[in-house]
Design a protein around this ligand. Structure first.
Ligand SMILES: [Zn+2]
Ligand SMILES: [Zn+2]
Length: 375
């Protein structure tokens, strides 16, 4: 695609990593074929699936990463953007001219960062052309679009980015103590004065009986998902909807050919803190349910997190920027499901007319109401 100079550059550079066996051209991962495809002669090459389940790593080995953990299959370099702070990973032979996140040309190669390599990936299922189609469809359903923007489709600069996530598994053992309150009712006799006469009547009155309780609680957690992308439009990223994690497949460097992997900016230990926080709130909720009663106070939970393991995942997102008049807007497309989230220009004229229309309707309603209630 001519307007997509960056993707084209990526495709050329990918030659260094995966040359075509037939013509030597660059091979990229193709969403439709789910295989490597030569950009010149169209030859396809299947990708060997990793056998079995992706490996999960024990969390205790903090500090120095061993070499196996950071081996991406091809040598990687980090690209740092001076405009937005984004960090992406691309093969060492490749050069990036524009930031994959914000499109800024202020990008600097950082050398090999020794990043932990992902265990599993959801390869792109939605091709770039499909992503653009999805955006066009989505755009037409937005309100208050300027007419010229509604009719013509903007040339977008799309980059396929693998967005980083962590998942954590852990077994937990908790001991707890708390005061449980149980509601009881008693019948009380009261008096009141009715028409100058004193009469007695009975009423149900609630009171709470408190007692201490304690116990223990076992719970395993599987795949607590924590986003590890820290720097770009989180609002847009969240609206992309859920990924179907059952479609995760073992990491192969071929899946990254022609795409950019975002470097995680939430570290593994920060990710674990967030996962622990999620687990703790689930435990709090479940232990309260187990304790029962009508009220709980002074709840104290102490939890041991055992057998903590983590995985590093990459999930596919099309990131796009387009210009309308003098402003830049962006949108994202879920690379697995095609769900779109984005920002579009608004027509000030249409919004003004809409507001005036609402005001007019409100005034008519008020006038009518005045007529009916006044008569
Ligand atoms: Zn070829
Ligand atoms: Zn940037």
């Amino acid at each position: 695609m001519a307007e997509n100079a960056q993707a084209e550059a990526l495709a050329k550079e990918a030659a260094a990593s995966f040359p075509c066996g037939g013509c030597g051209g660059p091979m990229r991962f193709d969403a439709d074929a789910q295989a490597l495809k030569c950009q010149y002669c169209g030859a396809e090459q299947a990708i060997d699936r990793m056998p079995g389940q992706p490996e999960e790593h024990a969390l205790e080995d903090e500090g120095e990463e061993d070499a196996a953990l950071t081996d991406w299959g091809t040598e990687q370099q980090a690209i740092h953007c001076e405009s937005c702070g984004g960090e992406s990973l691309i093969p060492a032979g490749q050069t990036a001219t524009l930031c994959a996140f914000c499109g800024s040309p202020k990008v600097l190669p950082q050398g090999n960062p020794g990043s932990i390599r992902p265990e599993s990936v959801i390869p792109f299922q939605i091709s770039q052309a499909e992503a653009i189609e999805q955006f066009k469809k989505w755009k037409r359903k937005r309100w208050f679009l300027p007419n010229d923007f509604k009719k013509q489709d903007p040339a977008s600069r799309l980059t396929g980015i693998y967005v980083p996530y962590w998942t954590f598994d852990t077994n937990t053992y908790s001991v707890y103590s708390a005061e449980v309150g149980v509601y009881h009712y008693r019948t009380v006799t009261r008096t009141r004065v009715v028409n100058g006469k004193t009469e007695t009547y009975t009423e149900q009155e609630r009171y709470t009986v408190w007692h201490w309780t304690n116990g223990d609680y076992d719970r395993g957690f599987d795949d607590i998902l924590i986003p590890a992308s820290g720097h770009y439009d989180q609002g847009l990223l969240e609206k992309l909807g859920d990924f179907d994690l059952r479609k995760l497949t073992g990491y192969r460097p071929e899946y990254l050919s022609g795409f950019v992997a975002e470097r995680y900016s939430v570290s593994r230990s920060q990710g674990w803190q967030a996962a622990r926080h999620q687990a703790a709130s689930v435990l709090d909720h479940e232990i309260r349910r187990e304790i029962g009663g009508d009220e709980i106070r002074n709840l104290n939970i102490r939890t041991h997190y055992n057998d903590v393991t983590y995985k590093h995942l990459l999930l596919p997102v099309w990131n796009a920027a387009y210009a309308y008049k003098t402003k830049t807007y962006r949108y994202m497309v879920n690379g697995q499901t095609g769900t779109v989230s984005g920002r579009v220009p608004r027509s000030a004229v249409k919004i003004t007319f809409f507001v005036l229309g609402c005001l007019a309707a409100a005034m008519v309603a008020l006038a009518l109401w005045g007529q009916y209630s006044g008569s």
